[in-house]
Design a protein around this ligand. Structure first.
Ligand code: AMP
Ligand code: MG
Length: 396
């Protein structure tokens, strides 16, 4: 190999920036709510209505005038006359006067004249039209019209990832469809002579293709459309044919074959015949990652080790695909975490009781850590973490 003409040993941030630069500008499309899960909002979303749409009760009980009930207690209950009922969807038409109340249910409109609620647990019936209150009715149990959001207010924002709670909110805002970014089409290819699809017999020296499965799921979770290309052996010809089959994709994600080995042909193809944006990232695990282009198609080469490919996906690829930086949490370290002099370390950690501890086996070939360690502890270059320090953690 001749001297490289591309950046090597880039930072995690720079790797993310390089990938973002190769992705196409996102156009928008309008989709029904049922198809919007996991997508990214292309426009701000205003409330079309207010919530609550009317001032209403937060509880089952009675609605009354607070002043009539002050001082009510178990020993000296207040007595009110029941003059009607307000149900969710069927308001009481009259007005609550002095000494009066209406039975009311959660989400039912507060009748005119009433300003407070006493919950049913604090009530005893008293004759055919009376009720005794063991505590005062409270204005705190009245939900004011627009107290959650008001019509016209922008509640969701362009660029936000549509989680289940945000989709529910969009429906409550009055939208049946949303403007979202077009899905990125991501082609996915595993490489390696020893890699075998799950379900087939395995001989010594072979390994099941876990990367295709894990990466496919993570791409769906990131709101992408996936073009599964299966698996290619370690041969330049076969790799070239597989890459050519990725036509129509916005980006090709490969795993394996990008390290220093003689049979790491993915690296050779990009370096010798493609266009390389960078090779190697100052991180562990995941250092050998490469970004390049092949006939105008951006190609991101993840390392083959399943732990490495998961970590690189989480800290570089997913943020570039979604436009969202990795969500970090600050937690107390229950154990020390080792620093590396020239790399950011993403050690697998176990979150327990509000703290995070070292998972123990940190080799990138320890596949069970994919399930057992729920977190990546970020240890910046050269900055060791002591037990008791606060650390940034990515939850997996
Ligand atoms: P490589 O990056 O090709 O040198 O592979 C590094 C390690 O990851 C080797 O032990 C491979 O057997 C393993 N590996 C590569 N691809 C996969 C895959 N798709 N699924 C599981 N393990 C893999
Ligand atoms: Mg390989």
């Amino acid at each position: 190999m001749t001297a490289p003409t591309f950046p090597m040993h880039v930072s995690v941030d720079d790797a993310r920036t390089h990938l973002t630069a190769l992705l196409p500008a996102r156009t928008a499309e309008t989709v029904p709510l049922a198809q919007a899960y996991g997508r990214t909002l292309a426009a701000d979303v205003p409330a079309l209505v207010s919530h609550p749409s009317a001032t209403e009760s937060a509880l089952d009980g009675i609605a009354a005038r607070e002043a009539d009930t002050l001082g009510a207690s178990a020993d000296a209950p207040a007595r009110l006359r029941v003059i009607g009922e307000s149900r969710a969807g069927a308001a009481f038409g009259g007005t609550v006067g002095a000494g009066e109340c209406v039975r009311i249910y959660t989400g039912a409109p507060l009748p005119a004249g009433a300003d407070a609620i006493c919950p049913v647990e604090q009530l005893t019936d008293d004759g055919p039209d009376g009720v005794l209150l063991r505590r005062p009715a409270s204005p705190a149990d009245v939900r004011v019209e627009g107290g959650d959001f008001r019509a016209g207010e922008v509640v969701l924002h362009a660029g936000q990832h549509l989680t289940a709670p945000r989709l529910a909110l969009a429906a409550a805002l009055g939208h049946a469809q949303l403007s979202v970014q077009r899905r990125l089409r991501v082609a996915l290819l595993s490489t390696g002579d020893e890699v075998v699809p799950p379900g087939q017999p395995l001989t010594a020296g072979q390994v099941y293709d876990s990367n295709s499965v894990g990466l496919h799921a993570m791409l769906l979770e990131a709101g992408c459309e996936v073009l599964p290309l299966g698996h290619a052996p370690d041969s330049p010809k076969a790799l070239q044919a597989a890459i050519d089959a990725a036509g129509g994709a916005d980006v090709l994600l490969t795993s394996g074959g990008v390290s220093m080995g003689k049979y790491d042909f993915m690296r050779d193809l990009l370096v010798e015949q493609g266009r390389v944006s960078f090779w190697k990232v100052r991180m562990r695990p995941g250092g050998p990652a490469i970004l390049g282009g092949w006939n105008g198609l951006p190609v991101f080469g993840l390392p083959g080790n399943p732990v490495s490919s998961l970590v690189v996906f989480h800290v570089i690829v997913r943020p570039a695909l979604t436009g969202q930086p990795p969500q970090t949490l600050r937690l107390r370290a229950a154990t020390p975490f080792r620093a590396l002099p020239d790399k950011t370390a993403f050690w697998r950690g176990v979150v327990d009781g509000g703290q995070v501890r070292d998972y123990g086996q940190q080799g990138s070939g320890i596949l069970r850590s994919l399930s057992d360690a729920g977190a990546l502890v970020i240890v910046p270059e050269g900055q060791a973490v002591q037990a008791g320090d606060d650390v940034d953690v990515i939850l997996l």
